[in-house]
Design a protein around this ligand. Structure first.
Ligand code: 5RP
Length: 230
């Protein structure tokens, strides 16, 4: 039996092989955020010269990439990247994902939108039939917090303003936004809900990655890494 950390390391290594065998030298790679993405960054670091640069989805990933010597590019200077690699908090059988546990959802969505292929890397605990057991993160402009909370509650969610772990301080995103975690939603139509939540004034972005879902899943299971294409 593998531990969750071992499964994450296995998918990170598989993602390294996936990227190196599908990207010609000199391309630009999109990179996500979180513990699985961190393992991927470490796994791909010895091959950094294969890439002309990377686009990062958070300040945390940027710092890790720069420590490894990657050239981190401004996403405004790039029209498209062949592959974006990132983790997920949940993924359903169609490849729709719920993300943002690490608070980087908006930048993750921006980089994912530039990608021709989204390679999702996660351990088997993230695979679900219906999204929503993990609270849906919604990044908001602070002055809209109460209004967006009421809207999410009207959908049946229990909403909490994200705080920094182990403290009473509000978690502030890389974009100076706040995060509302909406729990108790049974997300049977993630494509519609993603759009609906994005329409509320003050919402910067929500953690449903349904319109731009995964193209490839590398999932760590007790039998090893399974590769699935959507
Ligand atoms: C960060 C994310 C992460 O991809 C997601 O939370 C999964 O993280 P981990 O790999 O640590 O389980 O969306 O905003």
């Amino acid at each position: 039996m593998y531990t969750q950390d071992q499964l994450k390391a296995m998918v990170a290594d598989a993602a390294k092989n996936e990227v190196l065998s599908n990207m010609a030298p000199g391309g630009i790679l999109g990179i996500g955020t979180g513990s699985t993405a961190n393992l991927f960054i470490d796994a791909i670091a010895p091959h950094k010269d294969h890439f002309s640069g990377v686009i990062s989805s958070s300040q945390a990933s940027t710092e890790r990439l720069q420590k490894h010597g990657f050239k981190v590019l401004d996403s405004n200077s790039v029209v498209s990247v062949p592959i974006y690699v990132d983790g997920a908090d949940e993924i359903d059988p169609q490849g729709h994902m719920l993300k943002g546990g690490g608070g980087a959802l908006t930048r993750e969505k921006i980089v994912a939108q530039l990608a021709q292929s989204f390679v999702c890397i996660c351990d088997a605990s993230k695979e679900v039939d219906i999204l929503g057991k993990f609270p849906l993160p919604v990044e908001v402009i602070p002055m809209a917090q109460a209004q967006v909370t009421r809207f999410l509650e009207s959908l049946g969610a229990t909403v909490s303003l994200r705080k920094i772990k182990g403290s009473d301080q509000i978690f502030v995103t890389d974009n100076q936004g706040w995060i509302l975690d909406a729990s108790g939603l049974k997300i049977t139509d993630p494509v519609s809900l993603e759009s609906e939540v994005n329409q509320i004034p003050g919402v910067i972005c929500n953690g449903l990655f349904a319109r731009r879902k995964a193209d490839v899943l590398l999932i760590g299971e007790s039998e090893g890494v399974r590769r699935q294409i959507y």
